[in-house]
Structures are given as C-alpha cells and as structure tokens.
Design a protein around this ligand. Structure first.
Ligand SMILES: *[C@@H]1O[C@H](CO)[C@@H](O)[C@H](O)[C@H]1NC(C)=O
Ligand SMILES: *[C@@H]1O[C@H](CO)[C@@H](O)[C@H](O)[C@H]1NC(C)=O
Ligand SMILES: *[C@@H]1O[C@H](CO)[C@@H](O)[C@H](O)[C@H]1NC(C)=O
Ligand SMILES: *[C@@H]1O[C@H](CO)[C@@H](O)[C@H](O)[C@H]1NC(C)=O
Ligand SMILES: *[C@@H]1O[C@H](CO)[C@@H](O)[C@H](O)[C@H]1NC(C)=O
Ligand SMILES: *[C@@H]1O[C@H](CO)[C@@H](O)[C@H](O)[C@H]1NC(C)=O
Ligand SMILES: *[C@@H]1O[C@H](CO)[C@@H](O)[C@H](O)[C@H]1NC(C)=O
Ligand SMILES: *[C@@H]1O[C@H](CO)[C@@H](O)[C@H](O)[C@H]1NC(C)=O
Length: 800
C-alpha cells in the first residue's frame, strides 16, 4: 500500500514536471511573436515588440532624433543598431503610434495627431495575409495560399534607409521600375534624407556614391569577388551576389559567418563604414584627387588647390569674425561644405541650427584666430595637407641627410689629414673651429645611437637629443620659432622629424652644474608624469649648452588670457574652475611624489589644446642655480606669489606653494594681478582687497567682469574662501594641498574661516606714503608697516 502511494506520488510529480516542460516550451513558442495577423496591432504604449524567430532583429517604435521624433524601426537585438526605419520624412507620434494589419489587409501606422502612414494597401481586400519579421531583418507582408505557398506583397528591404545588411539589395527592379538605394541621414541626429546616396550601377557593374546627384566615388569593377577601391579588410568576410536579368539588376552581399552582425552604413558626411573601419570615403573626394575611388570633376574653383581639405576642429574663435549664414534648413553638413568650397572667401564653416541644418560660413580667417578646446564647438577648417606637414617634413629629411653626409665627408677628410700630418693649422681660431666640427660629428653620431636605444625601450627615462636634430627642429633657433623668453632662457617651438611638436628651452649659460648631476636632476623631473604637469621629454647637452625639450603647449600660458579683458572672455567660469582644479591636482601630485621646488605663477601655467592647465618649470630652481639656493638674496620667483616666510627668512615648504596657489586662485577668479592698483583711497594689494570685501560679505565684487555671465556664485564663493585660507599669514594655518583638492571637489565642508592674510596692511597707515611713491605704476615698492618690514626691491628678480 505504502509503496504504491509513493509510486503514485512520483508518477504525479513526473507528469507535473512534464506539464511544466510542455508549458515552458509552449510559452517559449508564444513569446517568439514574430508576426502580425489581420486584426493585430503593435502599440507603442504597450512597448510591444515583434522579434524575428531566432531573436536576431526586432521591430518597434523608437525615439530617433533631436526632434524626439518616433519611427517604426527594425534594429539588431545584439547591439540595438537600427537597420531600417519607416518613412524618414514622416515621423509618428511617440505616445500614440499603432502599427496595424487590418482585416482588409491594409498595413499602416496610425497616430493621433498625424496622418496615417500606409505601408501597404491591397488592390482588393484580402484576409489570408501575415506580416512577419524574418531573421534576415526583412519585415515582409505575405499572402498565404491554401496550397502551402505564399506570395510577397510588401517588404521593408524595398525601402532601404542608410544601412545595408546581408541579402538586402541595391539596384533596380525592372518589373516595378523600383530603385533600391541607400540615402544618408541629413545630420548625425537628423534622420531625414540627406545628401549622399549609395547605388548600384548596372552597366559598369560597380557601386557609386553620389552627392546631390553628382558621382563622387566609384568602387571600381568587381573582379574575383573584390572591388578595387574597397579596403581588403572590409571585404574579407563578404560574398557578393550580382543579379543581372530581365527582372532586375541588383547587388547584395552575404557574410561567410552567418552569426556575425554585419552592415554597411552610409553617413551624412559620405563615409561608408562597417563598424570596424571604412568601406568607402566619399568625404575625402574633393574633385582634384582620384585616390581611393574618388572621381575627378571639372568645376573646381581656381582658388582651391590639390591638398585642400576641410578638417574638423573643436574650439572657438577669438574675435567676432566676418561670417555669413545660410538659414535654409534643407542644407546639411555636406551642402555647407560644398558652398564654402566654391566660395573663395570662405575658409571655415559649421552647422547653424542645433539639429545640424543650415550653415555658418567664416570668411578671411586663419587658425590663429582660433582657440582649440574640446569643450568648444565643432568647426570645419580648410587646410592644405600638402604644405602643412608633408612638405616641411620632406625638406627636414633632405636637410638632415645632406648635413650628415657633409659632416661625414668632412670628418673623413680631417681624420685623413690629421693622420698624414699634412694639415697645418694656421691659427688657433681655425683649429678650434675644426675641432668643434669633429666633436659635433662624433657627438651627434653617438647620441643618435642613444636616441635609437631609448626609442626601443620606450621607457619613461630621460631621452637625449642630439644637437643637430634640435637645431633642425627649431630651424637653428630662429627668431620665428621663438615662443618667448622664460625665466631660464629663451623657449623655441620645434618640430621633430617624426612630426611631433616640442618646446625647446635653451638655458642661459649660468649653471655651474656638471653633466652627471644635470642628467640626474632631469631624470627625476622626467619621472614625474601627470596630466597637469608639462612633460619633460628629454635634454640635449652640447658643450656649454643645456637644452631642455618639453611637450609643446599650443595655447600659451594662463596670464596671456587672465590679465587681458578681451582674451579673458575666452575663459568662462567653467573653464577657469577646471583650470583651478587641474592646478591643484598637479600641485598635489608634486607634493606627494617629489621634493622639487615649484614656481607657481600665472605665466608658469601652460594650457594644452583643450585648455587643460599644466604646471611648467618645476624643479628648475635646483638645476639653474645649484650653488645659489642657500643664498637668500637671490630668490627665484615672482613677488606677489611669494609667501612671507620665504621672503623674510628664505624658508621654503609645501605651505609656500599653498600660498602661491592661493594667490593664483584669487587671480583666476578676479582676472587681476596680485599686485595692482585697487581704488584710490585703498591702495591695498589684491589679497588685502579680497580680504576686506570678504569680511564685508561683498566678495562677488571681486569676480572678473569677463565672467560675470558665466560664473556659479557658490563655486566662486568656495574658491575665494579657499584662496583666502591659502594666503593666511601663518604657514601652519594654511590648508594642505590634499585639503584643498577635497574642498574644491566639494567633498569636504569648509569649516575654518580665513585669518588675516599675509601682507595685510590697514587702510590708514600707508596711505600717504604709497600714494606719493606711485603704487600703481611701480612694481617694486617699499612697503613699510609697523609689524613687518618687507623690502621687495632687494629681491633679485631672476624670473618675471
Ligand atoms: C502577438 O502579438 C499580437 C499583437 O501584439 C497579440 O495580439 C498576440 O496576442 C500575440 N500573440 C502571442 C501568441 O503572443
Ligand atoms: C492598440 O491600439 C488600438 C488602436 O488604438 C486599440 O484598439 C487597441 O485596443 C490597443 N491595444 C492594446 C493592447 O492596447
Ligand atoms: C482597413 O484600413 C483601411 C484604411 O485605413 C480602411 O479603409 C478599411 O476600412 C479598414 N478595414 C477594416 C476591415 O477595418
Ligand atoms: C498556389 O496557389 C496560388 C493561388 O491560388 C497560385 O498562384 C500558385 O501558383 C500556387 N502554387 C503552387 C505551387 O501551386
Ligand atoms: C565681410 O566680407 C565681405 C566679403 O568678403 C565684405 O564685403 C564685407 O565688407 C565684410 N564685412 C566686414 C564687416 O568686414
Ligand atoms: C533651400 O535649398 C533648397 C535646395 O538647395 C532649395 O530647393 C530651396 O528653394 C531653398 N529654400 C529657400 C527658402 O531658399
Ligand atoms: C532643424 O531646426 C530648425 C531650427 O530650429 C527647424 O526650423 C527645422 O525644421 C529643423 N529641421 C528638422 C528637419 O527638424
Ligand atoms: C586672423 O589672423 C590673421 C593672422 O593670421 C590676422 O591678420 C587677422 O587680423 C586675424 N583676424 C582677426 C579678425 O583677428
């Protein structure tokens, strides 16, 4: 009895499990809802989706562009890539769109506020009909016959958008005279049909890209399943199918790997890409070139030359420029480009509306009128690829080769002469000159070897540059290449043979340091790598010359912008705050990982192409004045940034840097130099002025008028507060750099209130004295107060 009961229970359990299994398969089949039958609807509000049998593609309504327009789209389930969309000129209402197949066989999209979109309307009502999303990504409407076959009534593949997927055709259907072609978007986020089309040309049997009807690219004839002008990488996995008969002329491809997602997409700029690389680049076709399948055409304006191309840059213009606007909203990127190209005054353009239509043209400008910044806007600049780099590079190469050859010959001759003792030096001067040449030749050979070795290692170590390559890079330290006169000697811009831009600092010949110490010192500096520090790339030692090679900073230094009312506008508050943060990060890094002396001042903060700040000249004090460090009379720095303990006692610590940072921070907020003139009745320095306004609760008066529109009052308040904490008289009261970083990033509440700042002098005491000595005009003045005696004029200004 008992056994029987158990068996019975087991049987029940088993059958229950079977039932479960059956159910789950059932549900699975149900879930694979890949078709619409007459009377069915697909409602946007239900977020209902049709997915193909294997789940590769799905059909639904999706948000597609800047206008928040909805379209019915087929997308790949793997990567959500849209491969097809319903009529791009007719968006639907997102909140009410319904796709339906009604009982008379009409396939349509309806929404409350818009005209219905009829995808298929049968000649006479039919009922035995089904719309299915296939695993190829094709959405098909079929009539089912009782004999088991079906006929195709409509398919999405007949209306390609900008994407070609396997088995989708390009070409022409002769029976219906219907053309299959891809048409690009109008702009990146604007799906309406744009300027470029990809077509199959049945006579020549090749693919062509047209821009507004004009052929600009051809693939070349198909040979051995390969098109001449499509890169091999893009074709490797493809098998092309060409159909050419009375019914149709078509091109399509399939992939050798069925599972892989594969598509070609034609972009609004005329590129075809497959997600991994380019298939075709009609954007590089300017009419003068035939490379990569580009087509030559006749009507190139006389003012445009081979090599002229438009390049995308991000940033903003420094001045109000001579511009003109094309407000026609049917103009997209490539139309603007074509307009600018044919107008000889135009050398840059950008889209006018935020949705990417319309154009703004810039006339008579050059890159010098432009500041690069990744947070800026995109512009397309006309540049010439041939004269810009390749040309100069070639000449540098030729020059270098010629110079080397000449030197080798000279050396050989001299060696020969010396050996045979036939060469008699007439005077000492000439002898020295010859010896110099010998030295140069041998020296550059050995350092060329070193260069090579260092390159191989690719380490962070100090790279030694040879003198000839530095000379070549800077055109022999020519005055055109000079960037400025830094504290330690002139700085030049250079371009290495590799095309890399560098800054070359030629130290004034006052260092008494030996080569080994010099190199050791530089190695330490080289090892410091942080995005807010100017990277030292290497050095060159040539006889008495000491040359430092740095990464090149295209946007000059902070003071260039800060203390100029026009350029000050280029640094809005967001950028300034980013700069403050960057400097604090760089300084924190230096405090953590080095004992190097830092000279912090606005002219030592360099800006890269994205306006990121980078501290320069750290560690220079040691190298430059090795023996004079102990000499307190000679202080490398700039007054205004120097802490009181440094000025008076020569005591230098990280808190002195904090002091300088505070001054710099207040300068960035106020856009004024720390030493200047602050009101006739209040000849205070900037710090004192700030302190007074702070106490009066009027610190917003300090803000640079250039950023009046853009500043965030809370952030500014916070910055001024931090700045005042940094410039407190007693070093111990000042926060550390890590405190500052966390205060800036809002992580920690600022609790302490700033005490009296350094060099704060009351209003009355110095009034008469200063006004008689002309505080504003003279930067070296004697300030005498009852508590401190500062004699700035005794400080040797080696660096300002
Ligand atoms: C398939 O989708 C249609 C439309 O949303 C719906 O009416 C139908 O019930 C679904 N069928 C299954 C088996 O889920
Ligand atoms: C979908 O929309 C149609 C038409 O508006 C409506 O008749 C139908 O009830 C809706 N279906 C669902 C499941 O909401
Ligand atoms: C199907 O839709 C069409 C067009 O909207 C309409 O004319 C026709 O009456 C509809 N048929 C049915 C059975 O609802
Ligand atoms: C099936 O029936 C349809 C319509 O009745 C017809 O057009 C088609 O030729 C038939 N197919 C076959 C294989 O019999
Ligand atoms: C801008 O350029 C156009 C044509 O190049 C010229 O006619 C016009 O005077 C210029 N406008 C200004 C304000 O410079
Ligand atoms: C806008 O440009 C298109 C194409 O170039 C042109 O057909 C149309 O007439 C223009 N519209 C206006 C208002 O100028
Ligand atoms: C693009 O933006 C402009 C200006 O806002 C507008 O007039 C135009 O209709 C938009 N174009 C499209 C296709 O939405
Ligand atoms: C743009 O730069 C050029 C020098 O390259 C200069 O001559 C011209 O005046 C600048 N234009 C403006 C508007 O500043």
């Amino acid at each position: 009895m008992f056994e029987h009961a158990i068996r019975h229970k087991l049987q029940k359990l088993l059958s229950f499990m079977c039932l479960c299994l059956w159910w789950s398969t059932c549900i699975h089949v149900e879930a694979a809802n890949d078709s619409l039958k007459p009377g069915h609807t697909l409602n946007y509000t239900d977020i209902a989706t049709l997915c193909s049998k294997k789940g590769k593609y799905c059909l639904d309504f999706q948000w597609k562009d800047v206008g928040e327009n909805q379209y019915l789209v087929v997308s790949s389930a793997n990567n959500n890539k849209v491969v097809w969309m319903s009529d791009r000129n007719q968006p639907v209402d997102g909140d009410s769109a319904v796709l339906s197949l009604n009982r008379s066989g009409v396939l349509k999209i309806e929404s409350e506020r818009r005209k219905p979109i009829i995808l298929y309307y049968p000649p006479q009502p039919i009922n035995n009909i089904k719309a299915t999303l296939l695993d190829t990504g094709n959405f098909v409407l079929q009539q089912l016959h009782s004999n088991g076959t079906n006929t195709l009534l409509w398919q999405s593949f007949d209306y390609p958008t900008d994407t070609l997927i396997p088995t989708m055709k390009l070409g022409v259907n002769h029976k219906t005279d219907h053309h299959w072609l891809l048409v690009s978007f109008m702009a990146k986020t604007l799906v309406t049909p744009g300027a470029f089309s990809l077509e199959w040309e049945p006579v020549e049997q090749e693919l062509i890209i047209r821009r507004r009807g004009k052929v600009c690219w051809r693939s070349g004839k198909l040979r051995n399943n390969r098109f001449e002008h499509i890169p091999e990488d893009a074709q490797r996995r493809l098998k092309y199918t060409i159909v050419s008969n009375g019914d149709e002329n078509s091109f399509s491809f399939t992939t050798t790997n069925e599972e892989a997602d594969l598509w070609w997409i034609l972009s609004e700029t005329g590129q075809i890409s497959d997600g991994k690389g380019y298939v075709a680049r009609a954007d590089l076709c300017y009419g003068y070139n035939t490379d990569g399948g580009c087509q030559r055409w006749q009507d190139i304006p006389k003012c445009r030359n081979p090599g002229d191309v438009f390049q995308k840059k991000t940033g903003y213009f420094n001045y109000l420029l001579n511009t003109s606007i094309e407000g026609n909203i049917s103009y997209g990127y490539s139309d603007c480009e074509a307009s600018c190209w044919s107008n000889c005054n135009c050398n840059a353009f950008t889209e006018f509306y935020s949705n990417g239509t319309g154009c703004t043209f810039f006339h008579w400008i050059s890159a010098e009128n432009y500041t690069f910044d990744s947070t800026g806007e995109n512009f397309y600049f006309l540049v010439n690829m041939l004269t810009n780099h390749k040309g100069t590079k070639k000449w540098i190469w030729i020059g270098a080769v010629a110079a080397t050859a000449l030197l080798a010959i000279c050396l050989f001759t001299i060696c020969l002469a010396l050996k045979k003792r036939k060469f008699v030096f007439q005077d000492k001067k000439r002898q020295r000159m010859v010896m110099k040449m010998v030295h140069l030749a041998t020296c550059s050979r050995s350092s060329a070897m070193e260069d090579f070795e260092v390159d191989l290692k690719k380490g962070n170590g100090l790279k030694l540059f040879n003198y000839t390559s530095v000379m070549a890079a800077t055109s022999g330290f020519s005055s055109e290449n000079m960037l400025g006169e830094g504290g330690f000697g002139p700085v030049y811009k250079g371009i290495l043979l590799t095309g890399q831009e560098i800054a070359v600092k030629r130290l004034s010949k006052t260092s008494g340091q030996g080569i080994v110490e010099f190199k050791n010192e530089l190695t330490l500096i080289c090892e410091l790598q942080h995005m807010n520090l100017v990277q030292l790339l290497g050095c060159c030692i040539h006889e008495e010359e000491r040359i430092l090679i740095y990464e090149y900073m295209p946007n000059k230094s902070l003071d260039f912008y800060l203390f100029d009312s026009t350029r000050g506008k280029l640094l809005d508050w967001k950028k300034r705050f980013k700069i403050i943060e960057g400097i604090s990060q760089g300084l924190l890094y230096l405090h953590k990982y080095s004992r190097l002396k830092i000279i912090l001042k606005a002219s030592n903060i360099l800006l890269d192409e994205n306006m990121n700040p980078k501290i320069s000249d750290f560690g220079m004090a040691r190298i430059f004045t090795q023996e004079s460090v102990s000499n307190t009379n000679r202080i490398v720095g700039t007054h205004g940034y120097m802490s009181p303990e440094y000025i008076m006692e020569g005591v230098f610590s990280t808190k002195s840097d904090v002091y300088s940072f505070g001054v710099l921070l207040l300068e960035i907020v106020g856009g004024r130099r720390s030493l200047g003139c602050y009101g006739v009745d209040r000849p205070l320095n900037m710090i004192g002025h700030t302190w007074e306004l702070w106490k009066d609760g009027a610190s917003s008066e300090l803000v640079d008028p250039s950023i009046k529109e853009s500043f965030d009052p809370n952030e500014v308040q916070r910055c001024i507060h931090i700045g005042l904490l940094c410039v407190q008289h007693y070093a111990d009261d000042r926060p550390t750099m890590s405190d500052i970083v966390s205060m800036l990033t809002n992580k920690s509440e600022i609790v302490s209130l700033p005490e009296r700042p350094a060099f704060y002098v009351g209003r009355k005491i110095i009034h008469h004295e200063l006004s008689s000595k002309g505080f504003c005009a003279d930067s070296t003045v004697e300030i005498t107060t009852s508590t401190v005696e500062i004699t700035t004029s005794t400080i040797d200004m080696t660096d300002s």
